[in-house]
Design a protein around this ligand. Structure first.
Ligand code: KG4
Ligand code: ZN
Length: 332
């Protein structure tokens, strides 16, 4: 079964062709980093305009590289939420049009579900597993018991982990998006240089909070003259990163222990982080928990994960109607 996936929920325009829900025939992402970089964050109006420019060329190229034609496709999968309404509508409208024209069944995919299943693009993982999804828009803990079976456990009460990376990078004048830059810079700094706080939510041990950490970095920067703090940016980056990583790992492994589910899967852009990957693997091994993470290109937004999630929905018999609307606040 050939599935075309399209993703346009935020600032990446992506298309991918998947064979039988596992073999990636093509997977293309057109990033808008250069468009939003000067603003230090995603500008919704610019994002949707850029999707309009990019979506057809990216889709055509994905089909070409996969060596298939539109009429060969068995299913269409497109992100319909959550995300930026204007951006979501670009991909969704295109796929509805194709479904109508070529009589191909289509399904709307929840972007979060795509991330939760992204590990299957590269390997088989047994159910159930604990998924720790950390991206620019979300920081969530789920128990995944099967395709389509997701139990929400906890999430961030304020900023998402990736958002904290991006905001701290902006404070330090490191550019946008900040995650990868801070990851790189941290390699030459000391994670113990500055004891930034590790916030804990009293109400639930499985919720997260990152805004206090961001404020602590801001206060640190403000309380030192620029010529002083700019001399040890790598230490600030590494110490900030260590706090984020600790705050992501502790609730995840605690949940694994409490539920006796000794299998953790990381997902979302932040799970591309080298320190998070190495420390989670190390701590997991200490506690007898298997830890799996997708390759970095499948951690960040991509259409292969949307095609994969869509494939499983189509397989279960789901079909969406042309009346399906984009849902910016869609939950899972
Ligand atoms: O999953 P994603 O591509 O898009 C959303 O759904 O949000 O995640 C993007 C986020 C950005 O905040 C970016 O700074 C962060 O993931 N990110 C990283 C790394 N690579 C991307 N954060 C930490 N370390 C990285 N290596
Ligand atoms: Zn995402």
């Amino acid at each position: 079964m050939l599935t075309l996936g399209v993703e346009s929920s935020c600032d990446d325009t992506a298309a991918a062709v998947l064979l039988d829900g596992r073999r990636i025939l093509s997977n293309l992402v057109s990033s808008q980093d250069e468009v939003h970089g000067p603003y230090g964050g995603v500008v919704p109006e610019l994002a949707s305009r850029q999707h309009i420019r990019q979506v057809l060329p990216i889709m055509d190229e994905a089909l070409k590289r996969a060596g298939v034609k539109l009429q060969d496709l068995d299913g269409l999968a497109v992100t319909f939420g959550p995300g930026l309404a204007g951006s979501l509508l670009v991909g969704l409208s295109l796929m509805k049009g194709l479904s109508l024209r070529w009589k191909i069944p289509y399904v709307g995919v929840n972007h979060l579900e795509g991330h939760l299943l992204s590990i299957f693009l590269e390997k088989e993982v047994a159910f159930p597993y604990i998924a720790m999804l950390a991206s620019g828009g979300h920081t969530l803990l789920y128990v995944v018991s099967g395709f389509g079976e997701y139990r929400y456990i906890g999430g961030t009460q304020d900023d998402a982990a990736g958002e904290a990376y991006d905001k701290v990078a902006k404070l330090m004048g490191l550019g946008y998006p900040g995650g990868r830059v801070i990851d790189q810079l941290s390699k030459s700094g000391s994670p113990k240089a500055i004891p930034f706080p590790r916030a804990r939510i009293k109400k639930s041990p499985y919720d997260f909070s990152f805004s206090g950490l961001k404020t602590a970095v801001l206060q640190y920067i403000k309380s030192h003259p620029e010529e002083v703090w700019s001399q040890h940016k790598a230490d600030i980056a590494a110490s900030f990163q260590e706090a984020v990583v600790d705050m992501l790992i502790a609730p995840t492994l605690r949940l694994a222990d409490e539920l006796k589910i000794h299998r953790v899967v990381l997902a979302g852009g932040v799970s591309a982080n080298s320190r998070l990957r190495s420390k989670m693997a190390e701590k997991g091994e200490e506690k007898g928990v298997e830890v799996h993470f997708p390759s970095p290109r499948f951690c960040t937004d991509n259409a292969a994960m949307i095609a994969l999630a869509g494939y499983h929905s189509l397989l279960s018999g789901r079909r969406d109607h042309l009346s399906l609307n984009a849902d910016a606040d869609l939950t899972l």
